[in-house]
Design a protein around this ligand. Sequence first.
Ligand SMILES: Cc1cc2nc3c(=O)[nH]c(=O)nc-3n(C[C@H](O)[C@H](O)[C@H](O)COP(=O)(O)OP(=O)(O)OC[C@H]3O[C@@H](n4cnc5c(N)ncnc54)[C@H](O)[C@@H]3O)c2cc1C
Length: 530
Amino acid sequence: MRRWNGWGDDTQDYPLPEGAAHFLEEALGPATPPVDAALEDVLATAPPSRLPPHPLIVTDAETRLRHTRGQSFPDWVALRSGRIGPLPDGVAFPTAGEEVRELLRYARDAGARVIPYGGGTSVVGHINPLPGDAPVLTISLARMNHLESLDEASGLARFGAGVTGPDLEAQLRARGFTLGHYPQSFEFSTLGGWIATRSSGQQSLGYGRIERLFSGGVVETPTGTLVLPDFPASAAGPDLREIVLGSEGRLGVITQASVRASRLPQVEAFHGVFLPDWERGREAVRAIAGAGLPLSMLRLSTPGETITTLALAGHDRLIGALERMLALRGVKDEKCMLIIAVTGWEKVARTALREALGLCKEHGGIHVGQTFGKQWHKSRFRTPYLRNTLWERGYGVDTLETAAPWERIPALVTAIESALHSALADVDERVHVFTHLSHVYPHGSSVYTTYIFRLAADPEENLRRWRALKGRASEAIVAGGGTISHQHGVGVDHAPYLAAEKGALGLGAIRALCAYFDPDGLLNPGKLIE
Ligand SMILES: Cc1cc2nc3c(=O)[nH]c(=O)nc-3n(C[C@H](O)[C@H](O)[C@H](O)COP(=O)(O)OP(=O)(O)OC[C@H]3O[C@@H](n4cnc5c(N)ncnc54)[C@H](O)[C@@H]3O)c2cc1C
């Protein structure tokens, strides 16, 4: 069963190798986990539902609790401490568009607010009910998860929007296709959620972000049903898919979506390269991205992340041997790990890999084969389970992400990391910070930073620490010319920074769109924009 107050399936763990525990203690000091609230105690505090009864809506406390929070750090503090805040008053699991339309009519008549819910993996407060007098109805798309049709000639697959990553891939792979969209939250996040948050998968370099994969679909709005037809391209005015992408549940409920699938690749391989330092690593990936080679992933770690990854891996002897080999070839303490993935037709993949490795070599890179790449690939959806392990050892962990043109990347990374390093100086706490470039483009790159810090016993103090960290880093992002989000969306946590990016006119246009599709303000109020 899925954990109610942490990440993932409760039969799966990610034990921390002893060397890694020692590494963290050295970096941050020994820690003590805060005391967790028990599920029964939290359920006992659930207030009664304020919704009038409806056959499609369930109102038991446990279902409501399990749909009340996502996966952000404040969500974890709320769930672990039992200070949950408002619960939805009911959760509906419709099976068809007609039922969604019925639920929207019911919500309007009941004066309720509606939160569309995919997999609940939001990390910015997207799906949390906010305090208020109106009852809250969460509409889960979990039962709308089937492959409705597959046009094999065009590679167009239409799904119910509640399909999760593994179910979507399994249904496509059974027919010889793949979507290739692999956010780290793949195990639980859904197609509708990916579209509503403008998600990006780990192999977006090859397959494209969700914007490129989303072909069309159906959105149920309080004003009516918006149908987005499938065209390979169109010059018929503004593209209405663009207003649904990133709409964060504010315009309507996406019930069906078509995606542009690809034939299963002939080959796929993940290779490791070590670059001598951060500057040469950056220049190598910039050159590769600029050359337009058909790779599916380029993921470059800073020296800090490289050291941390090798320490957390726990294979001390293998890593010792690797470090000695690299040192002999001049790649030492400042080394940066790069993972290159090639996916597709064998001949094309072979050529692309050869050219990419050649560009790495020009920048001092040493190719170490597939061992590290394979290891990364094997554990790519397991890594989030480490969050549970760290919390249970007394450490909080969070990530943040942005994107900017290449020219700004070096200063931006330095500014984000130094803002985080010093954010808890007032309580004399250290912060362990590391970064990678997770998605690269010819004209810039995304930046993905992880920070780990010690938890206090008091949930309020943990929130205060997180606000200091998140606030300082977000200010550094805005000042450094980065977007407030490359892939996680806006939700509540990034909303204060949106005006800096969109401007007053832009925000006004978004607000007007929401008002057009949702004149009574039923849908997900307080998220994306006020
Ligand atoms: C460990 C971890 C790793 C992550 N890694 C990545 C990553 O690699 N790339 C990435 O892009 N994101 C990542 N995320 C963030 C998150 O998984 C994405 O934002 C994801 O797209 C959310 O999908 P979901 O189905 O869980 O949506 P939810 O969390 O359920 O909802 C998110 C928002 O979308 C709206 N929404 C959901 N479904 C619908 C629908 N059918 N119609 C209308 N609105 C809807 C909701 O109202 C809400 O505003 C990660 C999160 C975690 C916890």
